[in-house]
Design a protein around this ligand. Structure first.
Ligand code: AMP
Ligand code: MG
Length: 469
């Protein structure tokens, strides 16, 4: 009989290199797994046979049944600014690593696979809706060209999950360059075991930032590379109006991939203070705060790395501080280049952009639709104060924008919050059709189609998201 272990051979370099940061643990048995959605394209990229994944042995793999050597990952983290020394994979497991068809090492990880010793009283489970949400938003981000973890599959478990209501349970199989987070370094640093911290840093360098190994101070260079990767990443979020919603240090990767799609959502109307998450009362993770929060998280990363960077903490701080300062320049360079491209301009024009953002904010204009309409010559209709727009548009037009180029970088299709909620509600009730159609749409972000017109409609009224627990 074919079993999960026959379908793929995992390697376990992370568990080998930092055994102190993993806990051997097995997934809760799922008796009758039902495949809800499988990412065929990603399976092929991983060198896996999609047809085999649909067979019973494949489904067993996708929920972790009978997979040897699975581990829960240890990490700490600052959640809304408060430090938790022990978070870790409370409802997740690393199945192992595989080398994809492009030669890259990728983690295959499960979410919702039962409680682990990191569960802190949680049930270790996940519901169908939030796991499909992570699937779809990750695919949308990938299609937009933004570094991200991606879902391989969502499998219904048949287990009830008790939240405010009883919900159908699911396991998400997720692929990432790795699951090393800022919080992983915080956990390692807090053990005061410098050899462990060094092993983690060496693993991260070799895996994600190999050029850093050549630098005079590889750990300082690791820090710089992560600073630059995160600056670029957050700039990309800002340019598409993405609000992560829970930028805790345990939700920030060392690879520079977006991770942990919980209460995230995309802007409809443009406003820097936009918050969707029901638990973000202070607006810490508001759209406009994301660059500052990323830099705050990176300062926590630097603190964890200090023992490796120099002989004394004072020397290490002196080295790390200017590197942390590189975040702002890198962020602004990426954002400005991206904004110039969105406006079809060869060069960034700060005053033009500032004036535009003020107009969009004051007139409550849809962020995504604006840039397409601008290229198509119909943006005027989105403004109440048309004279104000006309004046801005004349300045912009005089710079000779390339409208065709704009339509290659400005998406038509983002996961519209209200439509995604409707699709998830239908999916939880057993009808996957709206979800699957929306998945098609967000996978073609730059391709307008008349039959998909409703996917460009902003929602009406305020939208609230809840953490994916
Ligand atoms: P997240 O909000 O998904 O980033 O998770 C934050 C922390 O809470 C992580 O340590 C998770 O493993 C843990 N966690 C979230 N939900 C659950 C749950 N239902 N059972 C156990 N642990 C959970
Ligand atoms: Mg998380």
């Amino acid at each position: 009989m074919t079993t999960a272990a026959d379908i793929v051979t995992f390697s376990h370099t992370y568990a080998r290199d930092v055994p102190g940061l993993v806990l051997r643990w097995s997934a809760a048995e799922v008796e009758s797994p039902q495949l809800l959605v499988l990412n065929d394209e990603l399976a092929v990229e991983l060198g896996l046979d999609p047809a085999a994944l649909r067979e019973p042995a494949g489904l067993a793999l996708l929920v972790g049944n009978g997979v040897p050597d699975t581990v829960a990952l240890a990490y700490a983290g600052h959640q809304f600014g408060n430090y938790s020394p022990r978070l870790g994979d409370g409802r997740a497991l690393l199945l192992g690593e595989l080398i994809d068809t492009a030669g890259r090492r990728r983690d295959l990880h499960l979410k919702g696979s039962g409680p682990t010793p990191f569960a802190r009283g949680g049930d270790g489970l996940a519901a169908v809706g939030p796991m499909l949400r992570e699937y779809l938003v990750g695919e949308a981000m990938h299609a937009l060209g933004i570094p991200t973890t991606r879902a391989l599959a969502v499998v219904a478990t048949g287990r009830p999950v008790v939240r405010e209501q009883v919900l159908p349970g699911a396991v998400l199989a997720r692929v990432a360059a790795s699951h090393i987070r800022v919080g992983t370094f915080q956990f390692a640093a807090a053990t005061r075991d410098e050899a462990l911290l060094r092993s983690l840093a060496d693993h991260a360098v070799a895996r994600h930032h190999p050029e850093a190994a050549e630098a005079p101070n590889p750990y300082l260079e690791l820090f710089r590379r992560v600073v630059l990767a995160q600056a670029e990443l957050v700039a990309r979020w800002m340019l598409v109006g993405f609000v992560h919603g829970v930028m805790n240090t345990d939700n920030m990767t060392i690879s520079g991939e977006t991770i942990d799609y919980g209460p995230c959502a995309f802007l409809d109307t443009y406003h820097p203070a936009t918050v969707f998450s029901s638990i973000d009362h202070g607006g810490r993770y508001a759209y406009g705060n994301q660059p500052a929060v990323a830099q705050w998280n990176l300062a926590r990363f630097a603190e964890a790395l200090l023992p490796l960077m120099a002989d004394t903490p004072e020397q290490a701080v002196e080295l790390a501080t200017p590197v942390l300062g590189e975040f702002a320049d890198a962020y602004h360079a990426a954002y400005r280049a991206g904004m110039a491209a969105k406006l079809g301009l060869a060069e960034h024009d700060q005053q033009l952009v500032d004036d535009l953002l003020a107009l969009l904010r004051d007139q409550r204009v849809d962020f995504t639709n604006f840039f397409r309409a601008l290229a198509d010559g119909t943006a005027r209709d989105l403004f109440l104060d048309r004279a104000a727009f006309d004046a801005w548009e004349a300045r912009w037009s005089a710079l000779g924008p390339d409208r065709a180029a704009m339509n290659r970088v400005n998406p038509v299709h983002i996961p519209r919050n209200h439509l995604l909620e409707d699709a998830l509600t239908a999916a939880a009730a057993g009808d996957l059709a709206p979800f699957l159609e929306m998945l098609e749409v967000v996978r073609r972000p730059f391709e307008p189609r008349p039959e998909w017109a409703r996917y460009t409609q902003p929602g009406t009224g305020p939208f609230v998201t809840f953490c994916g627990t």
